[in-house]
Design a protein around this ligand. Structure first.
Ligand code: SF4
Ligand code: MG
Length: 291
């Protein structure tokens, strides 16, 4: 993300803390991710006056409250289109979404392919705990069938989706996976995502000790594994193979990173065609798109 609000020097993680108390439960994995976000913003030198963080609804969607930034806490599942609008009209801002598995892949699932294929210049930090936490424990699109949740007392009838395979398939240009128990890796991957020009997706496993009693921090520690050395991050097929969790292990690290024109690059081309300046006449753009 090239932004005039990046690469400020001498920023510290504490510079991004708002004065709102963090209200997540003790032991929630989101605390580690928030620390990773603070560190990533400091290391990327993001000026808080040029940062916008958009969220939907859910425990993870509360993250913007704890950030020193502009923020929009929108409707359930609607962070992606709102952040897309912000990216189009204010391409100078550093644009980030925080959200969860239910918000992103159930209620907001219809938006995910489009924010990826359009290569909108923003970073999506998705905190996956395999449950709806805020609404007290319902089965989500990433829940394992073994999970006996409030809505599935006998276990789940569905196979979980594979968000990594999904985002790679739909054209995200930066795709990474992390684990809340490794905030340093979260910070490194989120920093890389913030610096990437295009749609960057960081999927983070995180435990919800209050409502998901099987996806514990110990479960995730056993599940994750480092990406093998020599992985080519420009190879989509190799990234998809990692996403399939070879040997039953979920790799963590950078899966995929390529450059291709963003939505704004394409819009700028149209602006050039209709007059070459940004204060363009929307009617001219509409006319141009007619056969
Ligand atoms: Fe975290 Fe779960 Fe508590 Fe929500 S309900 S704050 S996800 S532990
Ligand atoms: Mg969740």
């Amino acid at each position: 993300m090239s932004s005039p609000y990046m690469h400020a020097t001498e920023m510290k993680p504490k510079d991004y803390k708002s004065d709102v108390s963090v209200v997540w439960c003790p032991g929630c994995g989101h605390h580690g991710i928030l620390n990773g976000v603070y560190r990533a913003l400091a290391e990327a030198g993001v000026d808080p006056t040029g940062l916008i963080c958009v969220s939907g609804i859910g425990c993870s969607s509360r993250l913007p409250y704890f950030l020193q930034s502009y923020k929009m806490h929108t409707l359930h599942g609607r962070a992606a289109p709102v952040a897309t609008g912000a990216a189009v009209v204010r391409p100078d801002l550093v644009n980030m979404i925080s959200g969860g598995d239910g918000d992103g892949f159930a209620i907001g699932g219809g938006h995910m392919p489009h924010v990826a294929r359009k290569n909108v210049n923003l970073t999506y930090v998705l905190m996956d705990n395999g449950i709806y936490g805020l609404t007290k424990g319902q089965y989500s699109p990433t829940s394992r069938p073994e999970l006996k949740a409030y809505t599935t007392p006998y276990g789940g009838p569905e196979e979980p989706m594979n968000p990594m395979l999904y985002m790679l398939t739909y054209g995200a240009t930066y795709v990474a996976q992390a684990f809340a128990g490794k905030p340093g890796l979260c910070a490194d991957l989120i920093k890389g995502a913030l610096e990437h020009k295009g749609f960057s997706y960081v999927h983070i496993f995180t435990q919800c000790p209050s409502y998901n009693k099987i996806d514990t921090i110990e479960f995730y520690r056993d599940l994750v594994t480092e990406i093998p050395e020599g992985h080519d991050t420009s190879d989509l097929g190799a990234a998809m193979e990692l996403a399939r969790r070879p040997g039953g292990k979920a790799p963590i690290g950078l899966f995929y990173k390529v450059d291709r024109p963003t939505l704004n690059d394409h819009l700028d081309e149209i602006v050039t065609k209709v007059g070459g300046h940004k204060d363009y006449d929307i009617q001219k753009v509409i006319n141009l798109s007619r056969p």
